[in-house]
Design a protein around this ligand. Structure first.
Ligand code: NAD
Length: 290
């Protein structure tokens, strides 16, 4: 396939490289000066999009996506697919899909989980929203860049799935960290705490696969001085998106709201910026009740 790829940062660059490695003809564009093996660089987004079967975007946020999509859509051939893999607000995803549809294009919102490691290894999970035809067009590319793609529903459903998942993740990480900090104060050994919880009803992905206590459980960012991994800043972004969506949909999400506020304090008022999101544990360790 002829593929245009816009946004070649930490995630986009290895994703584009994997598509080129698989034999697709990839033309890329990024505002920054980047070079990727096997990818031809264009001098603008529309130039990269012209004549492409599929155009993929991997951008920082919904506002940038909307602006970039306004430039790309008129340059694309009718019947081509615009596939946005960024994490953005549900409203922007739906607005871009509407505009693409009106111009005779197929559109998919397909945010990912798996991080930079998954993007490099080609093991991302895609959660996709769009028509059956649009999903079918993008699916072979998801198979190259990832190991699983779930078609979640119509436009915006991929973003909805992503922010609901990450709201659970943020809340669960906080609960796991505060429980470890309480266990410390009760004199409970962390390994014993892990042995019990990881095989009891309190188990979770954050405990069992990404344990925030160094030296306990499988290797995780806590064993590497809490270097990300999944940065607390990105967790804050996703928690803000979930609260924005909850407000728009009139959904009561008190735990998600508290998680957003706590990560905002951690990242913007304390020393959490640039740390892994599991660094909530050393934060709680240092604190008392007030
Ligand atoms: P990044 O900042 O490394 O990359 C974004 C790229 O977009 C940059 O290279 C930037 O120069 C480019 N860009 C910005 N505006 C542009 C424009 N107008 N035209 C062309 N290029 C433009 O970010 P990232 O870590 O690659 O994340 C990309 C998206 O993936 C975000 O939405 C993020 O939330 C999501 N995401 C990231 C991770 C992760 O672990 N990094 C995991 C899952 C999802």
């Amino acid at each position: 396939m002829k593929i245009g790829f816009i946004g070649l940062g930490n995630m986009g660059a290895p994703m584009a490289a994997n598509l080129a490695k698989a034999g697709h003809e990839v033309t890329g564009f990024d505002m920054a000066d980047v070079a990727i093996e096997g990818v031809t660089m264009a001098s603008s987004g529309p130039e990269a999009a012209k004549g492409a079967d599929v155009v993929i975007t991997m951008l920082p946020n919904g506002q940038i996506l909307r602006a970039v999509a306004d430039e790309l859509i008129p340059a694309m051939d009718k019947g081509a697919a615009l596939v946005d893999c960024s994490t953005v607000d549900v409203e922007s995803a739906r607005a871009v899909a509407e505009k693409a549809k009106a111009a005779g294009l197929l559109a998919v919102d397909a945010p990912v989980s798996g991080g930079v490691g998954g993007a490099t290894a080609g093991t991302l999970t895609f959660m996709a929203g769009g028509s059956d035809e649009a999903f079918a067009k993008a699916a072979p590319l998801f198979d190259i860049m990832g190991q699983k793609a779930v078609h979640c529903g119509t436009a915006g459903a991929g973003q909805a799935a992503k922010i609901c998942n990450n709201m659970i993740l943020g809340v669960t990480m906080i609960a796991t960290c505060e429980a470890f900090a309480l266990a410390d104060k009760l004199g409970l050994d962390r390994q014993k705490m892990f042995d019990v919880v990881s095989t009891s009803s309190g188990y979770s992905w954050t405990m069992n696969a990404y344990c925030p206590a160094p030296g306990v459980g499988p290797q995780s960012p806590s064993d590497n001085d809490y270097k990300p991994g999944f940065a607390a800043d990105l967790m804050l972004k996703d928690l803000r998106l979930s609260q924005q969506a909850a407000e728009a949909a009139d959904a009561d999400t008190p735990m998600g709201q508290m998680a957003r506020d706590l990560y905002a304090l951690f990242v913007e008022g304390e020393d959490g910026a640039g740390m892994d999101f599991s660094a909530m544990l050393p934060r709680f360790e240092k604190r008392g009740r007030s």
